[in-house]
Design a protein around this ligand. Structure first.
Ligand SMILES: NC(=O)c1ccc[n+]([C@@H]2O[C@H](COP(=O)([O-])OP(=O)(O)OC[C@H]3O[C@@H](n4cnc5c(N)ncnc54)[C@H](O)[C@@H]3O)[C@@H](O)[C@H]2O)c1
Length: 217
């Protein structure tokens, strides 16, 4: 997604899943979800940190009935069967049925967990992945791997469940690119979590890349 000579196209298609990458897309999540996964109810699953930054913007992007916003505490320690049970119980209590679409708004933890909720609720309902960390944008949200951790290990209970769309807004990385390590380049400052995948790609292909896309984060 990053190590390309030209700016990435606005939409790629992978396994019948739209992958949309564009600054500002968080304000269009509702409209895109209504197109790719129309539903009677929308449930946004997010964590407390991401909800504080982007929850209201994504909720406001839905016209008509307000989506249900379900928050979990942030962090890997909450990617568990217990959190899965609590989310599915909240959806049942709210009267959600098969005509529900899940919106996974957050990093890889939220994406894996909300994807697993969607894979299992009523034997499977649509999910739209809205990744907000770089790892989630370039890896976790793509490919349909969902699941939770168990005391025996990570990701040991899960399912493959392809998202109806992946909506990546690079503006979200302005906050999440928070390692605090950056350095100057002819393009301006480069932050660590943007630079790492560029470096890996460059070493894999044994050549130096000139980054040529227009958006600076
Ligand atoms: N399904 C897959 O194919 C796949 C692939 C790779 C990794 N994963 C999973 O991804 C998880 C790790 O994901 P991660 O690195 O995104 O961690 P994460 O989801 O725990 O997010 C890291 C922290 O950043 C915060 N955060 C997220 N977006 C933010 C934003 N825009 N601004 C500010 N804070 C933000 C979160 O609240 C959290 O505290 C692991 O559980 C891993 O197993 C899954």
């Amino acid at each position: 997604m990053v190590a390309r000579r030209e700016r990435a196209p606005a939409a790629l298609r992978l396994l019948d899943c739209d992958i949309l990458v564009e600054p500002g897309l968080l304000g269009s999540v509702g409209a895109i979800a209504a197109r790719v996964a129309p539903a009677h109810r929308y449930v946004i699953v997010t964590d407390d940190t991401v909800a504080g930054h982007y929850g209201a913007r994504v909720v406001d992007s839905f016209t008509g009935a307000q989506p249900l916003l379900l928050r979990i505490p942030p962090g890997e320690s909450h990617k568990t069967r217990l959190t899965w049970a609590s989310l599915t119980d909240e959806m049942l209590d709210a009267g959600c049925g098969r005509d529900t679409t899940v919106i996974a708004l957050g990093g890889g933890v939220v994406g894996d967990l909300a994807g697993f909720v969607a894979a299992t609720f009523m034997r499977g309902i649509p999910v739209v992945q809205v990744p907000t960390t770089l790892l989630a944008m370039i890896d976790a949200s793509i490919g349909g791997k969902t699941g939770v951790d168990t005391p025996a290990g990570k990701n040991l209970v899960g399912a493959f469940h392809q998202p109806s769309a992946v909506i990546a807004d690079p503006h979200a990385l302005r906050v999440s690119a928070g390692f605090g390590v950056s350095w100057s380049s002819p393009l301006g400052p480069i932050k660590l979590d943007l630079a790492l995948p560029v470096k890996r790609e460059a070493f894999d292909k044994k050549q130096i890349f000139r980054i040529g896309f227009g958006t600076r984060f």
